[in-house]
Design a protein around this ligand. Sequence first.
Ligand code: TRH
Length: 398
Amino acid sequence: MHSTEINTTQAAKSLALFCKVVDNFGDIGICWRMARQLQQEHGIAVTLWVDDLRSFQRICPQVNIDAEVQEIAGVTVRNWCDQQGTFTVADVADIVIEFFACDIPPGYIQAMAQCEPRPVWLNLEGLTAEEWVEGCHTLPSPHPSLSLTKHFFFPGFNNKTGGLLREASLDHERAAFQADTQTTAAFLQKLGLTEAEISSTKVSLFCYPHAPVADLLKTWQNADQPMTCLVPEGVASEAIATFLGQASKAGVSGSRGALTVRVLPFIPQADYDKLLWACDINFVRGEDSFVRAQWANRPFIWHIYPQDENLHHVKLNAFLKTTTSATASLVALSHVWNGVSHPPLDWADIWQAFQADLPEIAQLSGKWQEKMHENGDMTSNLLKFVNAVRVASQKDAV
Ligand code: TRH
Protein backbone atom coordinates (compact mmCIF):
# COMPACT_ATOMS: atom_id res chain seq x y z
CA MET A 1 0.00 0.00 0.00
CA HIS A 2 0.98 3.62 -0.53
CA SER A 3 2.63 5.92 1.92
CA THR A 4 2.72 9.69 1.63
CA GLU A 5 6.55 9.61 1.73
CA ILE A 6 8.51 9.84 -1.48
CA ASN A 7 9.67 6.42 -2.42
CA THR A 8 12.32 6.87 -5.07
CA THR A 9 13.80 3.52 -5.98
CA GLN A 10 11.51 0.72 -4.84
CA ALA A 11 9.69 -1.50 -7.31
CA ALA A 12 5.92 -1.62 -7.13
CA LYS A 13 4.70 -4.05 -4.47
CA SER A 14 0.93 -3.78 -4.53
CA LEU A 15 -1.66 -3.74 -7.29
CA ALA A 16 -5.39 -3.15 -7.45
CA LEU A 17 -7.22 -4.66 -10.41
CA PHE A 18 -10.76 -3.45 -11.03
CA CYS A 19 -12.98 -5.82 -13.01
CA LYS A 20 -16.53 -5.13 -14.15
CA VAL A 21 -18.13 -8.24 -15.57
CA VAL A 22 -19.85 -7.01 -18.73
CA ASP A 23 -21.08 -10.46 -19.62
CA ASN A 24 -19.99 -14.08 -19.76
CA PHE A 25 -16.70 -15.19 -18.20
CA GLY A 26 -13.92 -13.51 -20.16
CA ASP A 27 -13.66 -10.33 -18.08
CA ILE A 28 -13.23 -12.14 -14.80
CA GLY A 29 -11.38 -15.00 -16.54
CA ILE A 30 -8.61 -12.68 -17.73
CA CYS A 31 -8.45 -10.67 -14.49
CA TRP A 32 -8.33 -13.76 -12.29
CA ARG A 33 -5.59 -15.32 -14.39
CA MET A 34 -3.51 -12.16 -14.33
CA ALA A 35 -4.08 -11.57 -10.61
CA ARG A 36 -2.74 -15.04 -9.77
CA GLN A 37 0.25 -14.65 -12.04
CA LEU A 38 1.17 -11.26 -10.57
CA GLN A 39 1.03 -12.73 -7.09
CA GLN A 40 2.63 -16.12 -7.74
CA GLU A 41 5.36 -15.20 -10.22
CA HIS A 42 6.14 -11.62 -9.24
CA GLY A 43 5.28 -11.51 -5.52
CA ILE A 44 2.91 -8.56 -5.95
CA ALA A 45 0.17 -8.13 -3.33
CA VAL A 46 -2.93 -8.11 -5.54
CA THR A 47 -6.41 -6.91 -4.66
CA LEU A 48 -8.96 -7.97 -7.25
CA TRP A 49 -12.10 -5.83 -7.14
CA VAL A 50 -14.89 -7.67 -8.94
CA ASP A 51 -18.54 -6.66 -9.25
CA ASP A 52 -20.00 -10.11 -10.00
CA LEU A 53 -18.89 -12.85 -7.63
CA ARG A 54 -21.44 -15.27 -9.07
CA SER A 55 -19.76 -15.28 -12.50
CA PHE A 56 -16.41 -15.53 -10.75
CA GLN A 57 -17.62 -18.61 -8.85
CA ARG A 58 -18.44 -20.40 -12.13
CA ILE A 59 -14.76 -20.43 -13.11
CA CYS A 60 -13.41 -20.58 -9.53
CA PRO A 61 -15.59 -22.67 -7.18
CA GLN A 62 -13.71 -21.47 -4.05
CA VAL A 63 -15.34 -18.05 -4.36
CA ASN A 64 -17.76 -17.24 -1.54
CA ILE A 65 -20.38 -15.05 -3.17
CA ASP A 66 -21.42 -13.53 0.17
CA ALA A 67 -17.97 -12.39 1.30
CA GLU A 68 -17.07 -8.73 1.19
CA VAL A 69 -13.36 -9.62 1.30
CA GLN A 70 -11.74 -13.02 0.87
CA GLU A 71 -8.33 -14.48 0.15
CA ILE A 72 -8.09 -16.98 -2.73
CA ALA A 73 -4.79 -18.42 -3.97
CA GLY A 74 -2.91 -15.55 -2.32
CA VAL A 75 -5.07 -12.88 -3.98
CA THR A 76 -7.33 -10.56 -1.96
CA VAL A 77 -10.73 -10.57 -3.61
CA ARG A 78 -13.08 -7.69 -2.82
CA ASN A 79 -16.72 -7.52 -3.74
CA TRP A 80 -16.94 -4.29 -5.75
CA CYS A 81 -20.43 -3.10 -4.97
CA ASP A 82 -21.13 0.54 -5.10
CA GLN A 83 -18.48 1.48 -2.50
CA GLN A 84 -18.97 5.22 -2.27
CA GLY A 85 -17.02 5.38 1.00
CA THR A 86 -14.02 7.65 1.22
CA PHE A 87 -10.80 6.02 0.21
CA THR A 88 -7.55 7.26 1.71
CA VAL A 89 -3.99 7.10 0.36
CA ALA A 90 -3.50 4.02 2.52
CA ASP A 91 -6.08 2.19 0.40
CA VAL A 92 -4.33 2.92 -2.88
CA ALA A 93 -2.03 0.35 -4.45
CA ASP A 94 1.27 1.11 -6.22
CA ILE A 95 -0.32 -0.02 -9.51
CA VAL A 96 -3.97 0.50 -10.34
CA ILE A 97 -5.49 -1.30 -13.32
CA GLU A 98 -8.92 -0.74 -14.71
CA PHE A 99 -9.90 -3.57 -16.98
CA PHE A 100 -11.62 -2.67 -20.26
CA ALA A 101 -12.01 0.99 -19.28
CA CYS A 102 -14.32 0.24 -16.36
CA ASP A 103 -14.85 3.37 -14.22
CA ILE A 104 -13.08 2.91 -10.92
CA PRO A 105 -14.66 4.55 -7.84
CA PRO A 106 -14.27 8.37 -7.94
CA GLY A 107 -13.17 8.36 -4.28
CA TYR A 108 -10.36 5.97 -5.16
CA ILE A 109 -9.20 8.29 -7.96
CA GLN A 110 -9.23 11.24 -5.55
CA ALA A 111 -7.07 9.25 -3.13
CA MET A 112 -4.71 8.29 -6.00
CA ALA A 113 -4.19 11.98 -6.73
CA GLN A 114 -3.02 12.53 -3.17
CA CYS A 115 -0.39 9.77 -3.17
CA GLU A 116 3.32 10.53 -3.39
CA PRO A 117 4.53 9.10 -5.61
CA ARG A 118 1.36 8.66 -7.69
CA PRO A 119 0.38 5.08 -8.42
CA VAL A 120 0.89 3.87 -11.98
CA TRP A 121 -2.61 3.82 -13.46
CA LEU A 122 -3.32 1.62 -16.45
CA ASN A 123 -6.32 0.89 -18.58
CA LEU A 124 -5.91 -2.70 -19.75
CA GLU A 125 -7.63 -3.03 -23.11
CA GLY A 126 -9.06 -5.91 -25.14
CA LEU A 127 -7.09 -8.11 -27.49
CA THR A 128 -7.07 -7.48 -31.21
CA ALA A 129 -4.58 -8.08 -33.99
CA GLU A 130 -5.50 -4.83 -35.74
CA GLU A 131 -2.54 -2.59 -36.52
CA TRP A 132 -3.86 0.58 -34.88
CA VAL A 133 -3.19 -1.00 -31.48
CA GLU A 134 0.57 -0.56 -31.98
CA GLY A 135 0.10 3.23 -32.11
CA CYS A 136 -2.08 3.31 -28.98
CA HIS A 137 -0.23 0.87 -26.75
CA THR A 138 1.24 2.72 -23.70
CA LEU A 139 -0.19 6.11 -24.76
CA PRO A 140 -0.72 8.48 -21.82
CA SER A 141 -4.08 10.03 -21.03
CA PRO A 142 -3.85 12.89 -18.50
CA HIS A 143 -6.78 13.26 -16.09
CA PRO A 144 -8.83 16.36 -17.02
CA SER A 145 -8.68 17.93 -13.57
CA LEU A 146 -6.38 15.96 -11.29
CA SER A 147 -2.64 15.59 -11.42
CA LEU A 148 -2.81 11.99 -12.60
CA THR A 149 -1.99 10.21 -15.84
CA LYS A 150 -3.49 6.97 -17.01
CA HIS A 151 -1.74 4.86 -19.65
CA PHE A 152 -3.33 2.50 -22.14
CA PHE A 153 -1.96 -1.01 -22.19
CA PHE A 154 -2.90 -3.34 -25.04
CA PRO A 155 -2.32 -7.08 -25.23
CA GLY A 156 -1.31 -8.20 -28.69
CA PHE A 157 0.60 -10.42 -31.05
CA ASN A 158 3.89 -8.57 -31.54
CA ASN A 159 6.53 -6.66 -29.60
CA LYS A 160 4.89 -3.31 -30.31
CA THR A 161 2.10 -4.45 -27.98
CA GLY A 162 1.91 -5.96 -24.49
CA GLY A 163 1.94 -9.60 -25.68
CA LEU A 164 -0.33 -12.36 -24.39
CA LEU A 165 -1.02 -13.76 -20.93
CA ARG A 166 1.06 -16.89 -20.37
CA GLU A 167 2.24 -18.36 -17.08
CA ALA A 168 5.92 -19.31 -16.78
CA SER A 169 5.22 -23.00 -16.11
CA LEU A 170 2.43 -23.41 -18.66
CA ASP A 171 4.41 -25.00 -21.50
CA HIS A 172 6.08 -27.45 -19.20
CA GLU A 173 2.76 -28.47 -17.57
CA ARG A 174 1.03 -28.78 -20.94
CA ALA A 175 3.81 -30.88 -22.45
CA ALA A 176 3.91 -33.21 -19.42
CA PHE A 177 0.13 -33.66 -19.52
CA GLN A 178 0.03 -34.37 -23.25
CA ALA A 179 2.98 -36.78 -23.07
CA ASP A 180 1.30 -38.87 -20.39
CA THR A 181 -1.62 -40.72 -21.98
CA GLN A 182 -2.67 -42.16 -18.61
CA THR A 183 -3.01 -38.72 -17.04
CA THR A 184 -4.98 -37.52 -20.05
CA ALA A 185 -7.26 -40.57 -19.97
CA ALA A 186 -7.80 -40.21 -16.19
CA PHE A 187 -8.76 -36.57 -16.66
CA LEU A 188 -11.27 -37.45 -19.39
CA GLN A 189 -12.65 -40.39 -17.40
CA LYS A 190 -13.32 -38.02 -14.50
CA LEU A 191 -15.37 -35.93 -16.89
CA GLY A 192 -17.45 -39.02 -17.66
CA LEU A 193 -15.97 -40.11 -21.01
CA THR A 194 -16.12 -43.80 -21.92
CA GLU A 195 -13.09 -45.71 -23.26
CA ALA A 196 -14.50 -45.47 -26.79
CA GLU A 197 -14.96 -41.72 -26.46
CA ILE A 198 -11.43 -41.30 -25.12
CA SER A 199 -9.97 -43.08 -28.12
CA SER A 200 -12.10 -41.18 -30.65
CA THR A 201 -11.28 -37.80 -32.21
CA LYS A 202 -12.20 -35.36 -29.45
CA VAL A 203 -13.38 -31.82 -30.08
CA SER A 204 -14.14 -29.28 -27.37
CA LEU A 205 -16.87 -26.79 -28.23
CA PHE A 206 -17.11 -23.31 -26.69
CA CYS A 207 -18.92 -20.72 -28.80
CA TYR A 208 -21.66 -18.07 -28.71
CA PRO A 209 -25.28 -19.10 -29.23
CA HIS A 210 -25.41 -17.83 -32.83
CA ALA A 211 -22.69 -20.23 -34.10
CA PRO A 212 -23.95 -22.66 -36.78
CA VAL A 213 -23.55 -25.62 -34.44
CA ALA A 214 -26.29 -27.73 -36.03
CA ASP A 215 -24.47 -27.70 -39.39
CA LEU A 216 -21.25 -28.78 -37.77
CA LEU A 217 -22.86 -31.58 -35.79
CA LYS A 218 -24.53 -32.89 -38.93
CA THR A 219 -21.14 -32.96 -40.67
CA TRP A 220 -19.49 -34.83 -37.81
CA GLN A 221 -22.35 -37.34 -37.75
CA ASN A 222 -21.24 -38.37 -41.24
CA ALA A 223 -17.53 -38.50 -40.41
CA ASP A 224 -15.61 -41.66 -41.35
CA GLN A 225 -14.03 -41.88 -37.88
CA PRO A 226 -15.75 -41.83 -34.47
CA MET A 227 -15.88 -38.30 -33.05
CA THR A 228 -16.75 -37.00 -29.60
CA CYS A 229 -17.85 -33.43 -29.07
CA LEU A 230 -17.36 -32.19 -25.51
CA VAL A 231 -19.48 -29.19 -24.70
CA PRO A 232 -19.65 -27.42 -21.32
CA GLU A 233 -23.14 -26.99 -19.91
CA GLY A 234 -24.76 -23.74 -21.01
CA VAL A 235 -22.90 -23.56 -24.35
CA ALA A 236 -24.94 -23.79 -27.58
CA SER A 237 -27.71 -25.30 -25.45
CA GLU A 238 -30.42 -25.13 -28.10
CA ALA A 239 -28.49 -26.89 -30.87
CA ILE A 240 -27.11 -29.44 -28.42
CA ALA A 241 -30.59 -30.19 -27.01
CA THR A 242 -31.93 -30.68 -30.53
CA PHE A 243 -29.13 -33.14 -31.28
CA LEU A 244 -29.61 -34.99 -27.99
CA GLY A 245 -33.41 -34.93 -28.03
CA GLN A 246 -33.32 -33.75 -24.41
CA ALA A 247 -32.20 -30.76 -22.37
CA SER A 248 -28.46 -30.05 -22.51
CA LYS A 249 -27.44 -30.82 -18.93
CA ALA A 250 -24.08 -31.84 -17.49
CA GLY A 251 -23.59 -35.60 -17.69
CA VAL A 252 -25.99 -36.12 -20.59
CA SER A 253 -24.69 -37.68 -23.82
CA GLY A 254 -26.09 -39.00 -27.06
CA SER A 255 -24.84 -40.49 -30.33
CA ARG A 256 -25.86 -40.29 -33.95
CA GLY A 257 -23.82 -41.80 -36.73
CA ALA A 258 -20.13 -41.29 -36.03
CA LEU A 259 -20.75 -38.54 -33.48
CA THR A 260 -21.20 -38.62 -29.72
CA VAL A 261 -22.03 -35.36 -27.99
CA ARG A 262 -21.29 -35.20 -24.27
CA VAL A 263 -22.31 -32.30 -22.05
CA LEU A 264 -19.69 -31.49 -19.42
CA PRO A 265 -20.13 -29.50 -16.24
CA PHE A 266 -18.77 -25.97 -16.58
CA ILE A 267 -15.33 -26.70 -15.21
CA PRO A 268 -12.89 -24.63 -13.08
CA GLN A 269 -10.54 -22.48 -15.11
CA ALA A 270 -7.42 -24.61 -14.53
CA ASP A 271 -9.24 -27.71 -15.72
CA TYR A 272 -10.43 -25.89 -18.82
CA ASP A 273 -6.78 -25.74 -19.92
CA LYS A 274 -6.53 -29.48 -19.45
CA LEU A 275 -9.63 -29.99 -21.56
CA LEU A 276 -7.99 -28.02 -24.38
CA TRP A 277 -4.80 -30.08 -23.99
CA ALA A 278 -6.73 -33.38 -23.99
CA CYS A 279 -8.76 -32.67 -27.13
CA ASP A 280 -7.58 -33.02 -30.73
CA ILE A 281 -9.33 -29.86 -31.94
CA ASN A 282 -10.73 -26.96 -29.92
CA PHE A 283 -13.49 -24.51 -30.73
CA VAL A 284 -12.94 -21.46 -28.52
CA ARG A 285 -14.40 -17.97 -28.25
CA GLY A 286 -14.00 -14.45 -26.83
CA GLU A 287 -10.54 -13.62 -25.59
CA ASP A 288 -9.26 -15.82 -22.81
CA SER A 289 -10.16 -19.27 -24.19
CA PHE A 290 -8.88 -18.02 -27.58
CA VAL A 291 -5.47 -17.27 -26.05
CA ARG A 292 -5.42 -20.53 -24.08
CA ALA A 293 -6.09 -22.47 -27.29
CA GLN A 294 -2.94 -20.91 -28.75
CA TRP A 295 -0.88 -22.43 -25.93
CA ALA A 296 -2.60 -25.83 -26.14
CA ASN A 297 -0.61 -27.04 -29.14
CA ARG A 298 -3.78 -28.20 -30.88
CA PRO A 299 -5.55 -26.82 -33.96
CA PHE A 300 -8.36 -24.47 -32.96
CA ILE A 301 -11.21 -22.46 -34.48
CA TRP A 302 -12.15 -19.13 -32.96
CA HIS A 303 -15.69 -17.84 -32.51
CA ILE A 304 -15.17 -14.14 -32.06
CA TYR A 305 -17.28 -11.99 -29.70
CA PRO A 306 -19.92 -10.31 -31.91
CA GLN A 307 -19.83 -6.53 -32.29
CA ASP A 308 -22.03 -3.92 -33.97
CA GLU A 309 -21.65 -3.39 -37.71
CA ASN A 310 -19.69 -6.63 -37.98
CA LEU A 311 -16.58 -5.00 -36.55
CA HIS A 312 -15.67 -8.45 -35.28
CA HIS A 313 -15.23 -9.65 -38.87
CA VAL A 314 -12.45 -7.08 -39.28
CA LYS A 315 -10.86 -8.32 -36.06
CA LEU A 316 -11.17 -11.93 -37.10
CA ASN A 317 -9.52 -11.24 -40.45
CA ALA A 318 -6.77 -9.23 -38.77
CA PHE A 319 -5.94 -12.27 -36.65
CA LEU A 320 -6.16 -14.72 -39.56
CA LYS A 321 -3.77 -12.48 -41.49
CA THR A 322 -1.36 -12.19 -38.56
CA THR A 323 -1.19 -15.78 -37.40
CA THR A 324 1.17 -18.07 -39.22
CA SER A 325 -1.06 -21.09 -38.60
CA ALA A 326 -4.00 -20.19 -40.85
CA THR A 327 -4.15 -22.48 -43.86
CA ALA A 328 -6.75 -21.66 -46.54
CA SER A 329 -8.98 -24.40 -45.09
CA LEU A 330 -8.75 -22.92 -41.59
CA VAL A 331 -9.64 -19.49 -42.97
CA ALA A 332 -12.63 -20.96 -44.86
CA LEU A 333 -13.93 -22.78 -41.78
CA SER A 334 -13.37 -19.70 -39.57
CA HIS A 335 -15.32 -17.59 -42.05
CA VAL A 336 -18.37 -19.83 -42.17
CA TRP A 337 -18.25 -20.44 -38.42
CA ASN A 338 -18.30 -16.67 -37.81
CA GLY A 339 -20.80 -15.82 -40.54
CA VAL A 340 -18.24 -13.83 -42.55
CA SER A 341 -19.07 -15.84 -45.62
CA HIS A 342 -21.94 -18.08 -46.56
CA PRO A 343 -20.38 -19.94 -49.48
CA PRO A 344 -22.50 -22.34 -51.48
CA LEU A 345 -20.04 -24.99 -50.33
CA ASP A 346 -21.11 -28.08 -48.51
CA TRP A 347 -20.14 -28.08 -44.81
CA ALA A 348 -18.68 -31.53 -45.44
CA ASP A 349 -16.26 -30.08 -48.02
CA ILE A 350 -15.18 -27.32 -45.67
CA TRP A 351 -14.65 -29.74 -42.81
CA GLN A 352 -12.85 -32.32 -44.94
CA ALA A 353 -10.41 -29.73 -46.27
CA PHE A 354 -9.72 -28.55 -42.70
CA GLN A 355 -9.33 -32.13 -41.49
CA ALA A 356 -6.88 -32.94 -44.28
CA ASP A 357 -4.77 -29.95 -43.24
CA LEU A 358 -4.71 -30.80 -39.52
CA PRO A 359 -1.10 -32.12 -39.47
CA GLU A 360 0.10 -28.99 -41.26
CA ILE A 361 -1.95 -26.72 -38.98
CA ALA A 362 -0.55 -28.47 -35.91
CA GLN A 363 2.99 -27.90 -37.16
CA LEU A 364 2.29 -24.25 -38.00
CA SER A 365 0.68 -23.74 -34.58
CA GLY A 366 3.93 -24.81 -32.92
CA LYS A 367 5.81 -22.19 -34.92
CA TRP A 368 3.19 -19.56 -34.03
CA GLN A 369 3.64 -20.38 -30.35
CA GLU A 370 7.40 -19.93 -30.65
CA LYS A 371 6.85 -16.59 -32.34
CA MET A 372 4.50 -15.47 -29.56
CA HIS A 373 7.08 -16.47 -26.95
CA GLU A 374 9.51 -13.98 -28.44
CA ASN A 375 7.17 -11.18 -27.31
CA GLY A 376 7.44 -12.20 -23.66
CA ASP A 377 4.34 -12.64 -21.51
CA MET A 378 1.87 -9.84 -20.91
CA THR A 379 2.17 -9.72 -17.12
CA SER A 380 5.96 -9.36 -17.20
CA ASN A 381 5.70 -6.80 -20.00
CA LEU A 382 3.16 -4.84 -17.98
CA LEU A 383 5.42 -4.77 -14.93
CA LYS A 384 8.38 -3.63 -17.05
CA PHE A 385 6.26 -0.78 -18.36
CA VAL A 386 5.13 0.10 -14.83
CA ASN A 387 8.74 0.32 -13.70
CA ALA A 388 9.62 2.53 -16.65
CA VAL A 389 6.73 4.87 -15.79
CA ARG A 390 7.80 4.98 -12.13
CA VAL A 391 11.41 5.74 -13.02
CA ALA A 392 10.34 8.46 -15.47
CA SER A 393 7.99 10.10 -12.97
CA GLN A 394 10.66 10.03 -10.27
CA LYS A 395 13.10 11.75 -12.63
CA ASP A 396 10.45 14.38 -13.39
CA ALA A 397 9.93 14.94 -9.68
CA VAL A 398 13.65 15.65 -9.04
O1 TRH B 1 -16.94 -16.03 -21.80
P1 TRH B 1 -16.42 -15.27 -22.95
O2 TRH B 1 -17.33 -15.10 -24.07
O3 TRH B 1 -15.94 -13.91 -22.42
C1 TRH B 1 -15.73 -12.65 -22.98
C2 TRH B 1 -16.78 -11.71 -22.49
O4 TRH B 1 -17.94 -11.88 -23.24
C3 TRH B 1 -16.26 -10.33 -22.54
O5 TRH B 1 -17.23 -9.37 -22.21
C4 TRH B 1 -15.68 -10.02 -23.87
O6 TRH B 1 -15.03 -8.83 -23.73
C5 TRH B 1 -14.68 -11.09 -24.25
O7 TRH B 1 -15.29 -12.38 -24.21
C6 TRH B 1 -14.08 -10.86 -25.59
O8 TRH B 1 -15.09 -16.00 -23.52
P2 TRH B 1 -13.59 -16.09 -22.97
O9 TRH B 1 -12.91 -14.77 -23.13
O10 TRH B 1 -12.99 -17.21 -23.63
O11 TRH B 1 -13.71 -16.40 -21.43
C7 TRH B 1 -14.17 -17.62 -20.93
C8 TRH B 1 -13.50 -17.93 -19.61
O12 TRH B 1 -14.16 -19.01 -18.98
C9 TRH B 1 -12.05 -18.34 -19.76
O13 TRH B 1 -11.28 -17.82 -18.68
C10 TRH B 1 -12.09 -19.87 -19.65
C11 TRH B 1 -13.21 -20.04 -18.68
N1 TRH B 1 -13.90 -21.34 -18.73
C12 TRH B 1 -13.89 -22.14 -17.61
O14 TRH B 1 -13.25 -21.79 -16.59
N2 TRH B 1 -14.56 -23.33 -17.64
C13 TRH B 1 -15.25 -23.76 -18.73
O15 TRH B 1 -15.85 -24.86 -18.70
C14 TRH B 1 -15.23 -22.92 -19.90
C15 TRH B 1 -15.96 -23.36 -21.14
C16 TRH B 1 -14.56 -21.73 -19.86
